[in-house]
Design a protein around this ligand. Structure first.
Ligand SMILES: [Zn+2]
Ligand SMILES: [Zn+2]
Length: 323
């Protein structure tokens, strides 16, 4: 359990005890001693947290287990991302995400995704739009980034005023390969869609020298990386900090990370992509990507307004298109 979680649990317990005491005191018509001793300053409300990268059936996780993960990690709402072709090993249908949304409308923000090799893909996405979906993602199919079918869904998001979450992974068995060559073209051509960058190749470009043969480079970051430049030039690009790829990049060089976030404070998005059920990594070797990233960010970012942006407000703007 992280320090953060432990302290928020303690606070919750104290609040509950306090409420019980007030209830008993009201019955007895007396003022409880704890109330007299309470400081004038009201307790700070818990920070709102929007996880921009969550799936449901990671390791066969149910909808309820996914909500349990959100409760355990202090997550207010989440972008829940289907993966209909399952090319990365997890298959999640857009219908399941819509089902979760109907069960938990205050917690689930439904995205859609479907096989972009099928000729009716744009019609299907327009139908998901009518059914309440709010964006496309996770776009993770074995097609290069400059494939016309990838461009067609980006263009549709532009038309619908939607975000799209893209898994960038170069290499022969990768997804949307060719970020360095093609991403800028799309950012320039389609300025309404919010492109949310995720995964190994996106994060390898935190440094100016991303190696071609290593998806998880370590060691100090060489300033002047493509990510820094694109975030500076294109306000429609957002960085999804989820999963091992995000955490690995952000912990390579913490001083550089803080500088990068402070240069682009409106474009970083908290996300977990966590497959665990309980916020403690019970079924994931003791690691929870959500609590792990919260502990890092809370430790290194000292500006409370920036933390509020990264944890919630930026995701809301990426969703609504109010950049
Ligand atoms: Zn994912
Ligand atoms: Zn977790």
């Amino acid at each position: 359990m992280s320090l953060l979680e432990r302290s928020s649990r303690a606070t919750r317990r104290e609040v509950l005890q306090g409420m019980a005491t007030i209830g008993a005191a009201t019955l007895l018509g007396t003022i409880p001693r704890q109330l007299q001793a309470f400081p004038e300053e009201p307790a700070k409300p818990p920070r709102r947290l929007l996880d921009v990268h969550l799936h449901i059936n990671h390791f066969d996780r149910s909808i309820e287990d996914t909500i349990r993960h959100m409760d355990a990690t202090g997550t207010t709402r989440a972008f829940v991302l289907p993966l209909e072709t399952g090319e990365g090993g997890v298959t999640l249908r857009s219908e399941t995400v819509l089902h979760a949304f109907h069960k938990y409308p205050d917690r689930v923000i439904p995205f859609c995704q479907t096989d972009i090799r099928k000729p009716d893909v744009l019609e299907r996405i327009k139908a998901y739009h009518l059914l309440g979906c709010r964006g496309i993602g996770e776009q993770k199919e074995h097609l290069p980034l400059n494939d016309k079918r990838v461009e067609a869904v980006i263009a549709l998001c532009d038309e619908l005023n939607w975000p799209i979450t893209i898994h960038f992974q170069d290499g022969p068995n990768g997804y949307n390969q060719g970020l360095a060559e093609h991403l800028e073209t799309y950012l320039k051509r389609y300025q309404r869609v919010r492109i949310i960058g995720h995964a190994q190749t996106f994060w390898a470009n935190i440094s100016a020298d991303p190696p071609a043969d290593n998806l998880y480079p370590t060691g100090p970051v060489k300033p002047g990386g493509l990510l820094d430049r694109l975030l500076g030039d294109y306000p429609n690009l957002y960085a999804d900090m989820s999963a091992g790829s995000g955490y690995n990049a952000l912990t390579r060089d913490e001083e550089y990370t803080v500088g990068l976030i402070m240069r682009h404070p409106k474009q970083f998005l908290f996300g977990s992509d966590c497959p665990c059920r309980d916020g403690r990594g019970e079924n994931f070797n003791g690691t929870c990507y959500s609590t792990q990233l919260q502990a890092l960010l809370t430790r290194i970012i000292k500006d409370e307004a920036v933390l509020d942006d990264v944890y919630y407000n930026n995701a809301e703007r990426a969703l609504l298109g109010s950049a």
